[in-house]
Unconditional design. Structure first.
Ligand SMILES: [Zn+2]
Length: 213
């Protein structure tokens, strides 16, 4: 696996930072799966023998056991869902909106990191948004923080994120639809507006596919 890709995968494990990921890669642990199956004593030893100039540091076996445990849980495959869950949790407690959904249920709803999520309203996929960005056809200045990944919208903005127990009030929604929908329109009202956004995406996607043929 390419070094950069391997590092990006390794840091999805909750306990692993970039520095540690680079060292792990240096000793042949190239993925969270490799880490999950690694022997803690071997890793501790390899870190001890590693060159400090290459970033190696002394680590105790208990810490390595924690890394391995984190790699064994399947949470690392859901790092984007986890991040979003935490951010909704923070925001809703500030705004006093109810968010009564547990992590497990949210993970299922948002899906694994590799999933190509799709906007419930205009239908654009994350892969298409990124294609448009690469082609210079995304204009937003907020790209650093918003746009790349689907956001979580309340279908009916007057209700909480999940209302009446199992009945869900949430939908995956692109940044642009989320921004246009605000806390004004419900999903039925918004579908018509989203149709116009969908037409714009379609046109842009057609234009870039022509350029690349
Ligand atoms: Zn959309």
């Amino acid at each position: 696996m390419e070094k950069e890709e391997a590092i990006l995968n390794l840091i999805k494990v909750r306990e692993i930072g970039v520095k540690t990921a680079k060292c792990l890669y240096g000793i042949g642990v190239e993925s969270p799966e490799d880490l999950a199956n690694a022997d803690p004593a071997n890793i501790t030893d390899a870190f001890r023998r590693g060159n400090p100039k290459e970033g190696f540091y002394k680590v105790d076996v208990e810490s390595v056991n924690k890394w391995i445990l984190a790699a064994k849980s399947d949470n690392w495959e859901y790092s984007k869902a986890e991040e979003r869950y935490d951010s909704i949790r923070r925001r809703t407690s500030d705004e006093d909106v109810e968010f009564n959904m547990d992590r497990e249920a949210f993970r299922k709803f948002y899906g694994k990191d590799e999933m190509d999520r799709e906007c419930a309203y205009c239908g654009i996929k994350e892969s298409e948004i990124n294609k448009l960005f690469t082609a210079g056809r995304i204009s937003t200045k907020r790209w650093g923080t918003r746009g790349r990944a689907m956001e979580v919208d309340r279908r009916d903005p007057r209700k909480s994120y999940v209302h009446r127990g199992t009945e869900s009030n949430i939908a995956l929604c692109c940044y642009w639809c989320n921004n246009a929908k605000t806390d004004e329109f419900n999903d039925n009202e918004f579908f018509k507006i989203a149709q116009a956004i969908k037409d714009v995406w379609k046109k842009r996607l057609e234009q870039i596919s022509k350029i690349y043929i």
